[in-house]
Design a protein around this ligand. Structure first.
Ligand code: AGP
Length: 582
């Protein structure tokens, strides 16, 4: 899964400057490495490097590249570590064709095999496209692209230039590609944020279509090479809106990306092997990642029967953890840069534990220091409040549990069920309208849904600034029940699982004390909907899989409450996306 950003330009202006701005606008799509090439009388010149645009651009001096035709790329790689050699654009063997690609070429190893002896300079799947284009080139880059497309299995938005002609040729299957129509110039972008400040006229390529862009012409063809006349649409989005693809906030977009993220996480590579079964597993993380870890405890102990200890990294690192070489230490981190988690990892390594990282950002510090790493396939998570990363962390933990226990759960049934919950966003917003002026909230859950109660409370407090506490439901009568009154509502996560009867009585305890209850319930549950003040329904699923579903209405509830309170949802006060200091 790649969420890269591609940009292209051909016209009368200097391509370097324009494309630098374009890839800055596309950086939200992926930022582990960056590159650009332009075409001038001296042929194709490529500059590329590791790091974000803002980090790499200064020394790469993109704006000084000669020529008025070029392509550029920001990478969020899946094949090959972030590095200069793996950054795009990639050149063909002779250097006369350059490509930038977004997507995954599933048959790239077989294609490389067929190109045996060719000089591959990167570890990427994408580079094979440059080689094939050159192999299929006999004077027309368009024809070479048509032939090459037929050889590719997988997803691609690919942009190519050839030293013989000033044109750009693009092809699309499964990854987005937009063409901006200017006057005496034309643009390419993975989305319109690459060029919306230059033109509002856009053509979206369909799957298996290619286009040939000159400064005064854009021609579109189907996969048989027949010219088609695509609809020209008008963009009514700003750059920022384009990056959010129409969602008001990145957080809302990322909540809605979760079905795809879970689908891709379930099928993503999972290269983790242990010679011997660990005696104990330590799961250490911070914030939302820690609550994912706590959910992991329930599944690992239930399926694999291995004792699991979960600790916030900030506590683990200053305790004297009894951990050794027979134990597995699992660090979970979206950013891979969280200082407390990194310090805890180093302590665990000093004590001889095997270490595994469940990380979202490739080649991040933690990813580089663990013995093994499983990358979550969430793509860049921009909103400070973690949502899609949480679900992708759960997938990784459930897959770890399957690997250690040999037991499988139908994870592939989840994306469709998550979609069903997302369809209820409007009604969740209606519920949020009843509560967004409340000052205190309680969240309670049991067993697999206890960590979800903690995560749901964290979501609400960190973006709406409403005080919210998560509790194990059984703990309520040991103190927190004193807080229950008309002004302090309680979210009760009560799907039909093995502890459902206990949850029903917990709900009655709250109602009996005049407390309002917002219940997360299995759809069609008449008993709960007859009692609770409000209900968020989720589809039925296996008991162990409910966290993937029950967390979604809580993410949406927190989002809508914060939005109704005019909070800065994507950048909550006092917080940072990655806490790289203690
Ligand atoms: C979650 O919504 C928060 N933004 C925060 O708790 C976050 O999960 C925590 O800082 C851990 O970050 P990491 O996953 O990048 O290590």
């Amino acid at each position: 899964m790649k969420m890269c950003g591609i940009a292209g330009y051909t016209g009368k202006r200097k391509a370097g400057e324009l494309l630098l701005k374009s890839i800055r606008n596309l950086e939200y799509r992926g930022y582990d490495s960056v590159g650009m090439c332009t075409l001038s009388g001296q042929g194709i010149e490529v500059r590329k490097g590791k790091g974000k645009v803002s980090e790499a651009a200064p020394e790469l001096e993109f704006s000084s590249l000669p020529g008025t035709t070029g392509i550029a790329h920001t990478r969020w790689g899946t094949h090959g570590v972030p590095s200069e050699k793996n950054a795009h654009p990639h050149l063909s063997p002779s250097g006369k064709i350059a490509i930038a690609h977004n997507g995954i070429i599933e048959n790239y190893l077989q294609l490389k095999e067929e190109l045996r002896g060719a000089d591959f300079r990167s570890d990427t799947d994408s580079e094979v496209i440059a080689h094939l284009l050159e192999k299929n080139y006999s004077g027309s880059l368009r024809d070479a692209m048509l032939k090459t497309m037929k050889m590719l299995n997988g997803t691609y938005a690919v942009c190519a230039i050839c030293a013989d002609s000033g044109k750009i040729v693009v092809a699309r299957n499964g990854s987005p590609l937009a063409i901006g129509l200017g006057v005496g110039e034309n643009f390419i972008g993975s989305d319109v944020s690459a060029f919306v400040e230059h033109t509002k006229k856009v053509v979206y390529l369909e799957d298996f279509e290619i286009a040939v862009l000159g400064e005064d012409s854009v021609e579109v063809f189907d996969r048989e090479g027949r010219q088609v006349s695509p609809e020209v649409k008008k963009i009514d989005w700003s750059v920022e809106c384009a990056q959010k693809q129409g969602y008001k906030h990145f957080m809302l977009k990322e909540i809605h990306e979760q079905p795809r993220v879970v689908r891709e996480s379930v099928s993503a590579p999972f290269d983790f092997e242990m010679e011997t079964r660990p005696e104990r597993i330590f799961v250490v993380a911070c914030g939302t990642a820690a609550y994912a870890g706590l959910t992991g405890k329930y599944i690992l102990e239930k399926q694999a029967g291995i004792p699991v200890e979960v600790a916030p990294a900030s506590e683990f690192r200053y305790s004297n953890p009894v951990i050794g070489e027979k134990d597995l230490f699992v660090a979970i981190s979206q950013s891979g840069e969280t200082a407390d988690t990194l310090a805890a990892l180093r302590l665990a390594k000093q004590k001889g534990a095997k270490t595994l990282g469940i990380i979202n950002v490739r080649e991040s510090t933690i990813a580089r220091e663990v013995d093994s790493v499983v990358y979550t396939a969430a793509g860049p998570e921009i909103g400070v409040a973690s949502t899609k990363a949480f679900l992708s962390q759960l997938v990784a933990l459930y897959r770890l549990s399957s690997k250690l226990s040999g037991k499988e759960l139908p994870l592939s049934s989840l994306p469709g069920k998550i979609e069903q919950v997302l369809l209820r966003s409007k009604s969740i917003r209606e519920t949020a309208k009843k509560y967004f002026r409340v000052y205190n909230f309680l969240y309670m859950g049991r067993n697999f849904n206890f960590p979800v109660a903690m995560e749901g409370a964290l979501k609400l407090k960190e973006i709406s600034y409403i005080h919210a506490e998560g509790y194990a439901s059984g703990e309520m009568k040991h103190g927190p029940l004193a807080l229950v009154c008309d002004e302090v509502p309680t979210v009760a996560i009560s799907p039909r699982d093995s502890v459902y009867p206990k949850m029903v009585s917990n709900i009655q305890e709250i109602l009996a004390r005049n407390g309002k209850v917002l219940a997360v319930a299995t759809e069609g549950d008449r008993e709960i909907s007859g009692q609770a003040t409000d209900v968020f329904e989720v589809p039925e699923t296996e008991e162990e899989l409910y966290p993937f579903l029950t967390v979604v209405p809580l993410q949406l509830f927190a989002y809508h409450v914060a939005d109704l309170r005019d909070c800065d949802v994507d950048k909550p006060r006092n917080l940072a996306k990655s806490v790289t200091v203690e």
